[in-house]
Design a protein around this ligand. Structure first.
Ligand SMILES: Cc1ncc(COP(=O)(O)O)c(C=O)c1O
Length: 440
C-alpha cells in the first residue's frame, strides 16, 4: 500500500537528485523527483522509505511486476553461470527465438534477438530495404520508433524537442496522418469519414514518393504521441493497402506487446499479420532485450555475419525473457490486464463525464491515455495542468510518467499487469482527488 512518511522529495533523496543534476545531462529526465530504492509488484519504495503505487511500469517494462520472485531466482541462477555470449549459440537464445515464433502468427517464423527497441526498428528497415530492393518507407505523423538515427527518422514530429536540429534524417521516409480521430487532421469524424486517411495514402505516395516504397511501419497504438488507439477498420485497411502494393507491413510493438493491451500482442485486437514485428520492453519485464520477429524470406536475406549485436541474445537476457513469457502465460496476466483495464476504463469514462479538463479517456487493457484539455469544446491541450496532475499524484503516492503526447498533455496510465482491481481503484481514487483539486 501507499505510504508517504516524509516531505517529497525526502531528506535522503537530495544527494542523488543533486548528483543527477550535476553529472548527468539535463536531457536525461523530466520525471518527478522519486529516487528508486526498491520495487515489487506494482509498488516502488524511494530512498526515504516512502511507498508509491506504480502506474508507470518503469516505462511499460515491468509487465510481470517489479522483481517478480521467479524472475529474480532465474537472474540469480544465471548470473552464476554465463552472462554475455556474443552471438555464439547459447542454451537460451535459440529457445527464445523458437518461443517467439510459436506465440506469434504462423507467417513469422524467425526471430532476431537484440537489446533495445530502437535496434529492432532499425533492423526492420534495413531488412525491408535489402529484401525489396526499394528504399522508401511510410511512417506516421506522431510516431515514435526510438532515438537512434534511423529510428528517429521514422519519428513523426520533426519540430519536437527530441528531433529538431538533428536533421537531415534518413532519406526516403514519408509521414502519413495516423488515425488520431480525437484530433483528426482532416477535421472529419469516424466512422462517417469512411477512413479518409487511408484513401489519402495514395495521394501522399503519388506526391511525396518516387513510388519506390519498401515498407510501411506503424505502432499498433501510438504510445509517445499519447496512447492513440486507431479503429480496427483503419488497421485492417492499412494492412490491405500494403498487401495490394507489395509493401512490407511492419508493426512496432515494442510497447504494445506481452499482455499490455489485454492480448498477448496488440495487433491481435485488429486481426492483422505483420511481415516484421518489433518487440521490446515487456519481453523481459526487467533486463534489456528486444526482438525482431519476421518471415524467413525477409529475415534470411542478409548473409552470415552481416547483422549481429554485442549484447543481443546473450544467455542471461534470453533466459530471463523465456521465464518472463512463461510467467505471463502461467499467471494469466494477459487476462488480468484485460479485466483490470476494463474496470479502470469504466471508472475513467465516468470521470471523463465529470471533469471538463478530461477531454478524452482512451485505452486498451492496461495502457490508458487521458487528454488533459482547457475545455472539452476547444480541446486545447493543457500542458501545465497535465504536469501539475502528475506532480500532485506523486505527492499523494501515485507514480505516473511525465505527460506524453503530441502536445505533451496526455497522462499515461500503465501499471504492471499484476495489479488488482482494488489496487487500481486506489490509484484512481488518488487521481480523482487530484483532478478535483487541480481543476477547481
Ligand atoms: C513503439 C516504440 N518503439 C521503439 C521504442 C524504442 O525503444 P528503446 O528505448 O528500447 O530503444 C519505444 C520506446 O519507448 C517505443 O515505445
Amino acid at each position: 500500500m501507499i505510504k508517504i512518511g516524509t516531505d517529497l522529495p525526502g531528506p535522503s533523496a537530495g544527494r542523488y537528485l543533486e548528483a543527477a543534476k550535476r553529472y548527468e545531462p539535463r536531457s536525461m529526465s523530466d520525471q518527478v523527483p522519486l529516487v528508486w530504492k526498491r520495487a515489487w509488484r506494482c509498488y516502488v519504495e524511494d530512498v526515504d522509505g516512502n511507498v508509491f503505487l506504480d502506474f508507470s511500469s518503469g516505462v511499460l517494462v515491468a509487465n510481470v511486476g517489479h522483481s517478480h520472485p521467479k524472475l529474480v531466482e532465474e537472474i540469480r541462477d544465471q548470473a552464476d553461470k554465463v552472462i554475455n555470449s556474443y552471438d555464439f549459440v547459447n542454451q537460451y537464445r535459440p529457445l527464445l527465438a523458437q518461443k517467439l515464433v510459436e506465440i506469434t502468427p504462423g507467417n513469422l517464423d524467425k526471430a532476431f534477438i537484440l537489446t533495445t527497441g530502437s535496434e529492432t526498428t532499425e533492423a526492420a528497415i534495413k531488412l525491408a530495404r535489402r529484401y525489396t530492393g526499394r528504399y522508401e518507407v511510410v511512417a506516421f505523423q506522431g510516431a515514435f520508433h526510438g532515438r537512434t538515427y534511423g529510428a528517429l527518422s521514422l519519428g513523426g514530429k520533426r519540430s519536437g524537442a527530441a528531433t529538431k536540429g538533428f536533421g537531415p534524417f534518413l532519406p526516403g521516409v514519408v509521414l502519413a496522418p495516423f488515425a488520431f480521430c480525437y484530433r483528426c487532421v482532416f477535421d472529419k469524424e469516424y466512422p462517417g469519414c469512411g477512413t479518409y486517411c487511408i484513401d489519402y495514402l495514395d495521394w501522399l505516395v503519388e506526391t511525396e514518393t518516387e513510388g519506390d516504397i519498401a515498407a510501411l511501419i506503424t505502432e499498433t497504438y501510438q504510445g509517445g504521441a499519447g496512447s492513440i488507439i486507431p479503429p480496427k477498420e483503419w488497421m485492417q485497411k492499412l494492412e490491405a493497402w500494403c498487401r495490394e502494393r507489395e509493401i512490407l507491413f511492419i508493426v512496432d510493438e515494442v510497447q504494445a506487446s506481452f499482455g499490455r493491451t489485454g492480448k498477448m500482442f496488440g495487433f491481435e485486437h485488429y486481426d492483422v499479420r505483420p511481415n516484421l514485428l518489433c518487440l521490446g520492453k515487456g519481453i523481459t519485464s526487467t533486463v534489456p532485450l528486444s526482438a525482431l520477429v519476421g518471415e524467413s524470406r525477409i529475415m534470411d536475406v542478409l548473409t552470415p555475419g552481416t547483422m549481429s549485436s554485442t549484447h543481443g541474445g546473450n544467455a542471461f537476457c534470453s533466459r530471463i525473457a523465456l521465464k518472463n513469457i512463461e510467467i505471463i502465460q502461467e499467471e494469466g496476466l494477459v487476462e488480468n490486464a484485460a479485466r483490470v483495464g476494463g474496470f479502470m476504463m469504466q471508472r475513467l469514462k465516468e470521470m471523463e463525464e465529470r471533469y471538463e479538463v478530461l477531454g478524452q479517456v482512451r485505452g486498451l487493457g492496461l495502457v490508458i491515455g487521458l487528454e488533459i484539455v482547457k475545455s472539452k469544446r476547444t480541446k486545447e491541450p493543457h500542458v501545465d495542468l497535465a504536469k501539475e496532475i502528475v506532480l500532485q499524484c506523486y505527492r499523494k503516492g501515485l507514480l505516473m510518467i511525465a505527460p506524453i503526447g503530441f502536445y505533451g498533455n496526455v497522462l499515461r496510465i500503465a501499471p504492471p499487469l499484476v495489479i488488482t482491481e482494488e489496487e487500481a481503484g486506489t490509484g484512481l481514487d488518488v487521481l480523482e482527488e487530484v483532478l478535483r483539486e487541480c481543476s477547481g
